[in-house]
Design a protein around this ligand. Sequence first.
Ligand SMILES: [Zn+2]
Length: 342
Amino acid sequence: MSVILIHSDRFAEHQTPPGHPERPERADVMDAVVNRWRKHGVDVVAPREATREQLARVHDPDYIRRISETIGRAKALDPDTYTSPESYEIALLAAGAAIDGVERVMGGSHTTAFALVRPPGHHAERDRAMGFCLFNNIAVAAAHARAQGAGKVAIVDYDVHHGNGTQHMFETDPHVLYISIHQSPYYPGTGAADETGRDRGQGFTINLPLEVGAVAEDYQRVFADVVVPVLKQFEPDLILVSAGFDAHERDPLGGMRLTTDAFAAMTMELRAVAEECCRGRLVAVTEGGYDLQAFAASLDAVIEAMNGPAAAPRWPSSGMESRRGRACVAAVRPALAAHWTL
Ligand SMILES: [Zn+2]
């Protein structure tokens, strides 16, 4: 029944320039959280490195080679994204941790798994590092689940930023449903309501752009009206979560107003769908979250929600009405009507 945590104490070895928000101290927060849960009897394992073959399911082989050539070097890959001498190896461990979570849950040893990793992944494109991300951990995990026999995989991404890389990797694939809830307009600029997938993947990309300032009631609205009904109709064999915590009210990058309890509520919503569709199988992988205190508290809340039996979601109340959530649902309904009953 209990969750398994996948984490390496090496994640601090991926260094970023001074003042960069995606800093090694985030790994120290993960270390402390994981150690506390380990003392409470929760299983913790260290990941293996992802193989080139596993990465090449979603990344261009030439791109993997280029990142491998940064071994031993500090290099700027884009205006926000840097390597240090160990970054390639640490990024392989991050992707490997996401893969390990899939294997534990698909193998049946655990119902839920949480990979606490850095660098994050959801902005990484097939052939390009971007937005602090080198390899797209959640996409590598989804492709691995498919390769291991999962017929349908759903990815739910509640990081405050749109996961452009994940969307692009699967936008023509009807077997991988991508649902993103994100602040809009905002970095990276993709994720409009009318981006719903291409070719055979039409309808299997779902973007839920929320205006800056959204509160728990807004997220609760889009979960109730779109996320949960679509997931139930899709009937995934596995649910993956891009668990970013930069929609927390304390976050210096995001402009949303979620409290820690909202992350627990979203986790419980997804566990309920997973119980109904796929024997509870849920794997979360960290993305952003740049206020260390909020990050620690949110990780704890999600681990607590993933550990033990699934229970009814308890959404916190901000005392505000769901104006942004209602506007979002109204904006996405027309684009999704051809594919889903909402
Ligand atoms: Zn983010």
